[in-house]
Design a protein around this ligand. Structure first.
Ligand code: FAD
Length: 312
């Protein structure tokens, strides 16, 4: 199978078909898979898939596809400018989805849309204010949970007349590869393109006892803090990352302090301990600053002398 594109669906399918015994090649235009994710995490996912037998052609553009009867042929141009033919029984095109709004007659009733989807305001009203949009037709976040969230906004505005605006700041998502890659808030890429200054804190699953007990050594958590040391985004690559990110969904939406998370007792041994640990790592660096370390050294030096033989 040749898969065109390396977004979440393409990557999930590549691993699934590979595990079912299919030889899979993925063709991707950019220099990484899962383009919206930070490259370090996306590369880790790719390396897992390579280890399982999937092959990747990055920085490759599709020149043409041909149906040869028994097989399909895809001609690509590689990063080095070479033209290469790939042949496979099946071709899976996963290069993104867009709303199919043509043919509904929206133009005739003054509802504007473009290739991405409906033109909506923050209350999800179209250019005809009594007509609303929710779900993939918004062209923003193409997820089931985004559709559910937007549905709630529409019900609030249209049925209950309670003005509510959409806010995607902390809309989470997860790519269901094994290991999973989950995210809420900004990653490094998003923070850099928004010009937001941040620091990154990491913990690895190889240091989590439950993860080790289950034989899972791949992955990490990345916590991004802004200049005020508030969490602006968390990415988790690892076992059940989609579930683990839920604690962070509560933290960022509820403006929970990192000290509260770090002080809260988590059951042992659980994967969730990694959430507490990354918060604790950040706090311990703050608590045990050079100044504090110097102070403690001085204090224990004094005590040491007071308790020593000379004082007897
Ligand atoms: C392979 C794949 C995997 C995915 N995995 C995930 C995932 O793991 N997690 C996640 O959150 N999201 C996932 N998604 C995305 C998710 O499926 C969509 O974001 C979600 O279904 C959007 O809901 P919706 O109601 O807007 O659109 P849809 O679920 O597409 O529903 C639209 C409905 O409208 C109907 N319709 C279309 N035109 C007309 C018409 N003219 N008249 C009447 N009815 C019409 C369609 O038949 C369809 O039933 C995945 C998508 C794909 C393709």
């Amino acid at each position: 199978m040749i898969i065109l594109g390396a977004g979440p669906i393409a990557t999930e399918m590549a691993q699934a078909f590979c595990r079912l015994g299919t030889r899979v090649s993925v063709v991707q235009r950019s220099d990484q898979i899962l383009s919206k994710e930070d490259k370090d995490l996306a590369d880790e996912v790719m390396n897992v898939l390579i280890g399982e037998g999937v092959s990747f052609h990055l920085n490759a553009s599709v020149v043409r596809t041909k149906d040869l009867g028994n097989e399909r042929e895809v001609t690509i141009k590689t990063a080095e400018g070479k033209t290469v033919n790939l042949n496979a029984e099946t071709l899976l095109v996963a290069m993104g989805r867009e709303a199919n709004l043509k043919g509904l007659g929206l133009e005739g009733i003054g509802v504007d849309f473009d290739r991405k989807g409906l033109k909506l305001d923050q209350r999800l009203r179209t250019t005809q204010r009594h007509i609303y949009g929710a779900g993939d037709v918004t062209g923003t976040y193409l997820f089931t949970h985004a559709a559910g969230y937007e549905g709630g906004i529409v019900v609030s505005n249209a049925i209950f007349h309670l003005p509510r605006k959409v806010d995607y700041t902390f809309l989470p998502w997860c790519t269901y590869t094994d290991p999973e890659l989950a995210s809420v808030g900004m990653n490094e890429k998003a923070a850099q393109s928004a010009g937001v200054k941040y620091s990154v804190w990491r913990e690895e699953f190889k240091d989590n006892d439950r993860s080790l007990a289950e034989g899972e050594k791949v992955g990490k958590i990345k916590m991004l803090l802004d200049e005020k040391e508030k969490p602006i985004g968390i990415q988790i690559l690892g076992p059940r990352a989609g579930d683990l990110v839920a604690e962070w969904v509560a933290v960022v939406n509820g403006k929970v302090k990192l000290s509260t998370l770090a002080a809260a007792v988590h059951p042992y041994p659980t994967l969730g301990e990694i959430n507490k640990k990354v918060a604790g790592t950040f706090l311990s660096e703050k608590i045990f600053s050079e100044k504090v370390k110097k102070g403690l050294k001085f204090f224990f030096h004094l005590r040491g002398r007071a308790c020593g033989e000379q004082s007897l």
